[in-house]
Design a protein around this ligand. Structure first.
Ligand code: PHE
Ligand code: NA
Length: 460
């Protein structure tokens, strides 16, 4: 009876890795990474990117997996336990991370909702010829009222968002093993499979190779540009879902005997490998589109919301068998988004379970229920504006600050070598003291530079 609430556990190692990969692979890999690489030196971007992956991504992942595994709690509990030994109050950092996660969850789901809608439109390309007017005008109805007004509730956006919430809710409600792990084991292989099929056909279309040329052609003159390095580090922190409570929660369900170093390498490498696949897919499509429309590629290339909901639909219109490739693309987007959404919601839910000793099912109802209601703000015709604002603040300020604070506390206040030794003791292979160097100097310095740069940009 002492261990009344025994902590849930993953069923298998592969299940954990797929769940962590599911969190990492998200909209960012599909619509952010390809453009980042293209903008920041093409093939040459891989040098700073790989450097950031090795010096920041992998060490950070090992650190979070170790903390979750050792302290067995959601983020607030982990930081509060860490602080206890030193007489410090650190729980706030955990709640700050949970708060960021909750905000992301609320707007991320809006994009998943749009992707569900576009999945349904893609069977007969009912977005028509002018995809720009369709997305912003007919679908989001931005022009209808002043975009700042939160009036104009859009049922056709609310319904797909409700679908997304229900899937997330089912996974969280069912629990770590039966819900999250099972969902990841279906979603991740499916996602890779769909993307490979898309690539397999699209790279053989005329113009596709020119597109790839644009993506991979190295512009080494950019290597010395500080902007390129900060873009690489920024992308690594964003894409790996570290620093905002997610990987801490997921690794708190690891069984006693787990190979932390190996799991961290796998998660990071699979995620970054997928990013490259997504880059190939997106630039092959863009190259084909440029060729068909006899435009230079620079005129069709885009990222983010515009890429996914304006450019890609226009490209799908031009594809052979659009009724196959359209649904495949948007289904892949939905799957990538949902698996990340599940992980964000789990970060919030597990914090409530820990803090209030609440049963999982009750916590799931509270978190998903209130999340659903708040997210309805994005189903209005002010949704996009609100989304841009929140997204900007989260990615450029809050997330970086959270990673920075976590690093300073762990690598400077505490002894990061202890964390490394902890991971090494239970892993197949050991990590050398280079990891301490990365976490104490390289990563915080890069984070501080990017953060200051972004703050200056925000003020201007
Ligand atoms: N890593 C995700 C991506 O690249 C981003 C993300 C994950 C955002 C989880 C929020 C929560 O898209
Ligand atoms: Na995902």
């Amino acid at each position: 009876m002492v261990e009344f609430m025994k902590r849930e556990q993953w069923n298998s190692r592969i299940g954990f890795i797929l769940a962590a990969v599911g969190s990492a692979i998200g909209l960012g890999n599909i619509w952010r990474f390809p453009y980042m690489a293209y903008e920041n030196g093409g093939g040459a971007f891989f040098i700073p990117y790989l450097f950031a992956m090795l010096s920041a991504g992998i060490p950070f992942m090992i650190m979070e997996f170790s903390l979750g595994h050792k302290l067995r709690g959601a983020s607030p509990k982990i930081f509060s336990k860490l602080g206890e030994n030193y007489g410090l109050r650190l729980e706030w950092l955990g709640w700050f991370q949970v708060f960021i996660a909750a905000i992301i969850a609320i707007y991320y789901v809006a994009v998943i909702g749009w992707a569900i809608s576009f999945f349904s439109f893609s069977f007969d390309q009912s977005w028509g010829g002018d995809t720009n007017a369709f997305f912003f005008g007919e679908y989001l109805k931005i022009g209808d009222h002043s975009p700042t007004s939160l009036g104009g509730f859009q049922l056709h956006i609310a319904i797909p968002m409700a679908i997304a919430w229900s899937i997330t809710f089912m996974a969280i409600f069912t629990g770590v093993k039966g819900g999250i792990e099972r969902a990841s084991k279906i979603m991740m292989p499916l996602l890779f499979f769909m993307v490979l099929i898309l690539i397999g056909r699209i790279v053989f279309l005329p113009g596709a190779l020119e597109g790839l040329n644009y993506l991979f052609q190295p512009d080494f003159s950019k290597i010395m540009d500080a902007k390129v390095w900060s873009a690489a580090y920024g992308q690594i922190f964003f894409t790996l879902s570290v620093g905002f409570a997610i990987m801490l929660a997921y690794s708190s369900y690891l069984p006693e005997k787990s190979d932390i170093n190996n799991n961290a390498f796998m998660t990071v490498l699979i995620n970054c490998g997928f990013s490259i696949l997504a880059g190939v897919l997106i630039f092959a499509i863009l190259g084909y589109m440029a060729q068909e429309q006899a435009k230079p590629l620079t005129e069709v290339v885009s990222s983010g919301v515009g890429l996914a909901f304006v450019t890609i639909p226009a490209a799908i219109n031009l594809l052979p068998a659009p009724y196959i490739f359209g649904p495949l693309f948007f289904f892949a987007l939905v799957v990538a988004g949902l698996s990340s959404h599940i992980s964000i919601i789990e970060a919030v839910t597990s914090a409530l379970i820990d803090k209030l000793c609440m049963p999982r099912k009750k916590a799931a109802i509270i978190v998903c229920g209130s999340g659903f209601i708040i997210s309805m703000a994005f189903a209005t015709n002010g949704g996009l504006l609100l989304l841009d604002l929140v997204d900007y603040f989260i990615n450029n300020v809050a997330l970086l600050f959270s990673c920075f604070a976590e690093l300073i506390i762990l690598a400077w206040l505490f002894k990061i070598a202890d964390v490394r030794e902890y991971a090494n003791r239970i892993s197949d292979f050991t990590i050398g003291s280079w990891m301490d160097l990365c976490l104490r100097f390289i990563s915080p310095a890069m984070l501080a530079i990017i953060l200051v740069k972004n703050l200056i940009n925000t003020v201007n």
